[in-house]
Write a protein that binds this ligand. Structure first.
Ligand code: IMP
Ligand code: MG
Length: 222
């Protein structure tokens, strides 16, 4: 017997160009059919896992701030080539959005793997390189793209590692900064938001590998 999703999707098939695709959406757990025929997928922005106690930076706020940072960085680097270095894995969503908001013609990016946290929320205080850069940075204008600066240990290590490879210039952009947790002073040229001393997830940030896909930043504690 046809379930309601299939029935509504079948009705929709009279109106859309890809009816079989519409019908196949019903097989996915996030799909809901609406009277009138639309098949609506649950989007990550609507997901609110019970562990997320509070949303601190909404998707719209993040997008607006990333656009501002892009404009500011574009202005500061106008007429130059800019090489972005994203720090795996947390900086990936921020890097992707920031790179596309830069009003510059010559932009490249590379990825560096760093591990500084154990499986839980406390830093081990140990920084480990898990993936080296693919391209040389000699004589290039380099901007390290980081998700969050907490104790500052990771960034201090990165600035030193990348700095000694001879870039023409070196700067850092971090989406979030938790200055109250700093153990090592470290220079951060561009900061998206100053964050409270809470454990944050979403938009790249994880808790034991989870929640990186959420389009907002929320806190799992408090
Ligand atoms: P730091 O070396 O203590 O500054 O830590 C920097 C790295 O720790 C960041 O790049 C994140 O990967 C991770 N981190 C720090 N604070 C948080 C947090 O609140 N949520 C998730 N990851 C965090
Ligand atoms: Mg990180």
């Amino acid at each position: 017997m046809e379930d309601s999703c299939q029935r509504y999707a079948h009705r929709a098939s009279e109106q859309v160009r890809a009816p079989s695709f519409r019908r196949s959406l019903c097989l996915f757990p996030g799909a809901t059919a609406r009277p009138g025929g639309a098949v609506v997928m649950t989007r990550a922005r609507e997901l609110r896992p019970p562990e997320i106690r509070e949303v601190l930076f909404s998707e719209a706020r993040l997008a607006a701030r990333v656009a501002e940072l892009g404009a500011q960085i574009g202005h500061d680097y106008r007429g130059r080539s800019l090489h972005l270095i994203g720090v795996l894995r947390g900086a990936v969503p921020f890097l992707a959005d920031l790179a596309r908001s830069l009003p510059l013609e010559d932009v490249s990016f590379d990825l560096l793997g760093i591990s500084s946290y154990g499986p839980q929320t406390e830093s081990l205080g140990v920084v480990r390189l898990t993936k080296d850069l693919d391209d040389p940075v000699v004589d290039r204008h380099v901007l390290i793209v980081e998700d969050i600066v907490d104790t500052g240990l990771t960034l201090a290590y990165l600035r030193e590692q990348v700095g000694r490879r001879g870039p023409a210039s070196l700067a850092v952009v971090a989406l979030l900064d938790k200055p109250s947790r700093r153990q090592r002073p470290v220079q951060v040229e561009y900061v998206g938001f100053t964050a409270p001393d809470r454990f944050l997830v979403g938009y790249g940030l994880d808790y034991a590998g989870r929640f990186r896909h959420l389009p907002y930043v929320g806190a799992v504690d408090g």
